[in-house]
Design a protein around this ligand. Structure first.
Ligand code: VGL
Ligand code: ZN
Length: 210
């Protein structure tokens, strides 16, 4: 077991309707994380939710460019996977899963709200320059170690985990509290990239009883 201590935070990434069954960008088996996340949430002294939160006509939407979902397009800041319209700000799809029960969450970070810039990461937008403010929030709260769960392992969880390392936090991904999209080997690549940066990999049972 890993002992949860002061200085630990749980980051719950994008457990939103559009990433779950019936959603616009449903992650296979995405709903399965909900009971695990609920169990983890109350165990941490600091708990933060993230919420993918796009403008209508967002630059990451295939429809904006008259393209097909899952194509890649070169945008000003680099290659961008084009997604189905999802998590439009204020929509039901952008709402948290109705069974997500994290009353102890203290902060919600919304990301991807600039019309021309995506943000998989909860720390830095896809232009790799614009901060969300989360580094400052966690530092001010005395956080040193960040545990990450949610959707999707190979996109928002992985980018958040790597940027957390880049910001100087210890970072541990709770693998079975995440689910992946797995586009063209993206899941294996994400774990390679995360491992190279020193991101830890555990199961929920290392933290809380099942
Ligand atoms: C995500 C693709 C597009 C995620 C968000 O939460 O992993 N993936 N927007
Ligand atoms: Zn998105």
């Amino acid at each position: 077991m890993i002992e949860i201590r002061s200085g630990d935070a749980l980051l719950i990434v994008d457990v939103q309707n559009d990433f779950c069954a019936g959603g616009a960008l449903a992650v296979p088996d995405g709903d399965a994380v909900v009971p695990i996340v609920n169990r983890l949430a109350t165990a941490f002294p600091v708990t933060v939710l993230t919420q993918d939160w796009h403008t209508p006509g967002h630059a990451s939407f295939a429809s904006t460019h008259g393209r097909e979902p899952f194509d890649t397009l070169e945008l000003g800041y680099g290659p961008q996977v084009l997604w189905p319209d999802h998590c439009v700000m204020g929509s039901e799809g952008a709402a948290f899963h109705s069974e997500l029960a994290v009353p102890t969450a203290q902060m919600v970070v919304r990301k991807g709200f600039h019309p021309q810039v995506d943000s998989y990461s909860a720390f830095v937008e896809a232009d790799r320059r614009t901060p969300t403010g989360l580094v400052g929030y966690l530092r001010e709260r005395g956080v040193e170690r960040v545990f990450i769960c949610g959707l999707a392992t190979d996109f928002c969880v992985a980018w958040t985990a790597m940027d957390g390392r880049n910001a100087g936090f210890d970072v541990i991904v709770i693998e079975d509290a995440c689910r992946a999209i797995d586009l063209d080997g993206s899941l294996a690549k994400a774990w390679d990239d995360m491992t190279r940066l020193g991101v830890g990999r555990i199961g929920a049972s290392d933290l809380v009883a099942a």
